[in-house]
Design a protein around this ligand. Structure first.
Ligand SMILES: [Zn+2]
Length: 225
């Protein structure tokens, strides 16, 4: 059976168990990994990230059950099968190139005009703050993003740093701190139920020696992570 067919059939069948008699589902080429849906009383229409197109049937079924449980107010969270599948090394390995292609504001290079993210990564590793993971892709943005200067896709293992930091005006330790912040998201890993900058995150982030000084710098420049 074709992937789209599996998706449709699975959603229709599981939907029925939850009392939905008209269910539609299709794969959509979203940039980010996500699912969108619309629903009314007994009708629901799902748009599922096509990063799941080659997922085994039990992963699709698990996703579907978690979505209907969410819609009907039970919210079981993502199934174990699904979490295991999307956090397996092969997932980011296979999907990362497509994700990068879809993210148009990335240079897809760690080398900036003035600064090199790979060197920052190495400094963090030398300080013992992180272990270097060769599957992590570091990239600068093309256009300056000043509202948010760092972004991490945990599932795709892609860290993006805004090119506003690619200047000699910014000391290396400030850049290192920004990169470290995003790497902390990777270290904590995929956990849709956790707060983005929760307690565990803050503890980890506080290991950066000049954290307060770096934060001061960012505040002065009105830049935010
Ligand atoms: Zn963050």
């Amino acid at each position: 059976m074709e992937a789209e067919e599996v998706l449709r059939t699975t959603f229709k069948e599981i939907g029925k168990e939850y009392g939905f008699d008209k269910v539609e589902a299709e794969f959509v080429a979203f940039k980010e990994f996500k699912v969108r849906w619309q629903r009314s009383y007994k009708w629901a229409d799902f748009k599922v990230s096509d990063y799941l197109e080659d997922a085994p049937p039990e992963v699709i079924a698990g996703l579907c059950t978690s979505l209907f449980s969410k819609i009907t107010g039970e919210d079981e969270g993502y199934s174990e099968d699904m979490c295991r599948w999307i956090t397996a090394p092969t997932f980011s390995e296979y999907k990362q190139p497509l994700y990068l292609k879809r993210s148009r504001n990335l240079t897809r290079s760690h080398e900036g005009e003035k600064k090199d993210l790979e060197e920052a990564y190495k400094r963090l590793a030398d300080m013992g703050l992180v272990e270097k993971d060769p599957s992590v892709h570091l990239t600068w943005t093309k256009e300056s993003n000043i509202k948010k200067i760092g972004y991490c896709s945990v599932l795709m293992k892609v860290i993006t740093i805004s090119n506003v930091l690619d200047t000699d005006m910014i000391p290396d330790f400030v850049l290192d701190y920004c990169l470290y912040h995003e790497l902390c998201h990777l270290i904590i890993g995929f956990d849709p139920s956790a707060k983005r900058h929760g307690e565990e995150f803050q503890k980890l982030e506080a290991k950066f020696p000049k954290r307060d000084e770096a934060e001061e710098w960012l505040k002065r420049l009105c830049l935010y992570l």
